[in-house]
Design a binder for this molecule. Structure first.
Ligand SMILES: [Cu+2]
Length: 233
């Protein structure tokens, strides 16, 4: 009886959910804040800054690896051009007080290994702490992204207004959009010169050089694909 009254009272007190805003990549390879103490029903809102970041729920016993299948959350990658902030935010709701670790799975620059992770409800010691996870991350290789698209959270419009506003000049945006295409053309050109310069020249003695030379066009294709993947990174 009494305990149920107390419980009701506690629930009433905790009914006010808090929202925590986390800046993703605003100052280098960082989540800010990277330690959050949140209660059930609180919201964590991830706001994405330039480059191409993601946020993935991880596991404490293995750094830069997603939580077991079906658990946690994943935002997917949100490429964000320089001098802008992504128009979308990714929100997750906290279900309990268990520690949650999250990281960025961008491997161009190995963001996770280089410190781009954070913890919700860290423990006072042991593995579920920033220090513990950092130790594991330093030994990690590339991070893993969950297969498939985003899950475990919701996208919403970013309420934050962007410092510079390039959106006002629609014509310029179109121009810069078409300017992105020549970048891929550059990739073609550099791959052609790359074939004659680097790999072919240095590896001429080996049989592999022939395959590489013959596969000139597939190689160029690789470079183009690479250039596309590196966009905004
Ligand atoms: Cu990142």
């Amino acid at each position: 009886m009494l305990s149920s009254f107390l419980l009701t009272g506690l629930l009433a007190i905790q009914a006010t959910a808090i929202q925590f805003n986390v800046s993703v990549g605003r100052n280098g390879l960082t989540f800010e804040p990277n330690e959050i103490r949140a209660a059930r029903d609180d919201i964590i809102e991830f706001r994405f800054w330039p480059r191409n970041h993601s946020v993935v729920a991880g596991r404490f016993n293995e750094a830069c690896v997603p939580a077991p299948s079906g658990a946690g959350f994943y935002s997917g990658f949100l490429p964000t051009p320089a001098d802008t902030i992504n128009p979308q935010v990714f929100r997750i709701r906290i279900n309990n007080s268990d520690p949650i670790v999250f990281y960025c799975s961008q491997n161009n620059g190995q963001h996770c290994k280089n410190g781009m992770f954070g913890i919700i409800n860290p423990t006072m010691g042991g593995a579920s702490t920033l220090a513990g996870y950092r130790q594991l991350a330093l030994q990690a290789g590339n991070a893993t992204s969950p297969s498939g698209g985003p899950f475990g959270g919701q996208f919403a419009a970013n309420p934050n207004t962007v410092p510079p506003a390039p959106a006002a000049t629609t014509v310029t945006v179109t121009a810069s959009g078409s300017a992105a295409t020549p970048t891929e053309t550059d990739g073609d050109e550099s791959s052609t010169s790359g074939t004659s310069t680097g790999s072919a020249a240095s590896s001429t003695p080996s049989g592999g050089a022939v395959a590489l030379g013959a596969g000139g066009s597939p190689f160029a294709g690789l470079v183009v694909a690479g250039a596309a993947a590196l966009l905004f990174v």
